[in-house]
Design a protein around this ligand. Structure first.
Ligand SMILES: Cc1ncc(COP(=O)(O)O)c(C=O)c1O
Length: 358
């Protein structure tokens, strides 16, 4: 029988947040809410929807594999050259391409735990070893991560903000870390939730692009831009890094509809501002509701909240039965996406019932 290599067998398949339809079918309920996948509850930008509709008549043609117009929009917004941009079928695909490009069997990549699980999967898929460094105070311990670098290390992954904790790496820590990383290592800074961050101490990854460091900054249209279903994200890095990644990028990895919608979303500042406002108000509502219940949480810079809680698996199951889908984050925490006011209210009421308080 044909068998994959051991390193493929060692990968745990990604478990996505439960889809609403699946839960409702299983439990025979309706009107459930999904706060499990850090999506934008406001929805996509109307301008993106319009561009999407317009793009449909042309889907008999292959897309522009280089994504010229979207890159043009990104280039002027970010003040980077178009050759410093790469598009991906979600930023997730770029994690995979980066690992495939720069790692081989036996190499190591340093990352935090808990952090975005796809880093380890991408590394293991090429036979690499994921070296996982525990968070300190729910935040990347960048000095321990620097200490974990060995001559075998090829990549470091930093989620900033981190998923699932919503914490950020700050300038001082990040600058100190970057000083310790050699030229033969690629630092991937995953900024999927970049647009939500308001703390002025947030690390400035772009300055390392300008100084010519081996850095790959990843961002996405799946979060604040509300286009998770279209699968489109982008990477910012110096030309040499992207030239190598382009060797392994599928020629038409991002589709034409996604490129058009993303280009329109990028220009819809009103939608981004509305999304920020809904997120900020939801965050404050949830903080208050949790505090009133005596439940502690980790303050977030993203669109989700990490809540340390005993027996998280049971809490998750009980919330499901009440029609509220969140995400267990290990055995002793849950992660809840900040939703619309009514969704947040449903979550707080359901959690009260599960914990039997109030
Ligand atoms: C930290 C982080 N990086 C990357 C992604 C993947 O995003 P995309 O939809 O762009 O593939 C996610 C999605 O949840 C995430 O939380």
């Amino acid at each position: 029988m044909i068998r994959p290599p051991d390193y493929v067998l060692s990968i745990q398949p990604y478990v996505p947040g439960k889809p609403i339809e699946e839960l409702e079918r299983e439990l025979g309920i309706t009107n459930s809410v999904k706060l499990a996948s850090n999506e934008n509850p406001v929805g996509p930008s109307p301008a993106a929807l319009e561009a999407l509709r317009e793009s449909l008549a042309g889907i008999n043609r292959y897309p522009d594999g280089a994504g010229y117009y979207l890159k043009e929009g990104l280039s002027s917004m970010l003040s980077v050259a178009e050759h410093e941009l790469i598009l991906g079928n979600g930023s997730n695909e770029l994690l995979d391409i980066a690992a495939k490009t720069f790692m081989k069997d036996g190499d190591e990549a340093v990352m935090a735990t808990p952090s975005f699980v796809v880093y380890a999967m991408a590394v293991q898929s090429v036979g690499g070893r994921a070296v996982q460094v525990p968070l300190k105070d729910y935040t990347h311990d960048l000095s321990a991560m620097a200490d974990a670098i060995t001559p075998r290390t090829k990549m470091v992954f930093i989620a900033n903000p981190n998923n699932p904790t919503g914490t950020i790496s700050k300038k001082d820590d990040f600058d100190r870390f970057m000083e310790q990383v050699n030229e033969d290592i690629l630092v991937v800074v995953d900024e999927a939730y970049y647009e939500y961050v308001s703390d002025p101490a947030y690390a400035d990854s772009m300055k390392y692009l300008r100084s010519g460091k081996n850095i790959l900054i990843l961002r996405t249209f799946s979060k604040i831009y509300g286009l998770a279903g279209l699968r489109i994200g982008y990477g910012i890095g110096k030309k040499e890094i992207l030239t190598d990644m382009n060797r392994l990028r599928e020629p038409f990895n991002t589709n034409s509809a996604a490129q058009k919608a993303a280009g329109a979303a990028l220009k819809d500042a009103g939608h981004v501002a509305r999304s920020m406002k809904v997120n900020g108000e939801g965050r404050e509502y949830l903080y208050l509701g949790l505090s009133e219940m005596g439940v502690t949480y980790v303050p977030t810079e993203a669109n989700f909240i990490y809540i340390p809680i005993a027996e998280s698996g049971k809490v998750y199951e009980k919330l499901l039965k009440l029609g509220v889908i969140i995400r267990p984050a290990g055995p002793d925490a849950i992660r809840v996406t900040i939703g619309l006011p009514e969704e947040n209210r449903r979550f707080i009421e359901a959690l009260k019932e599960v914990l039997r308080v109030g």
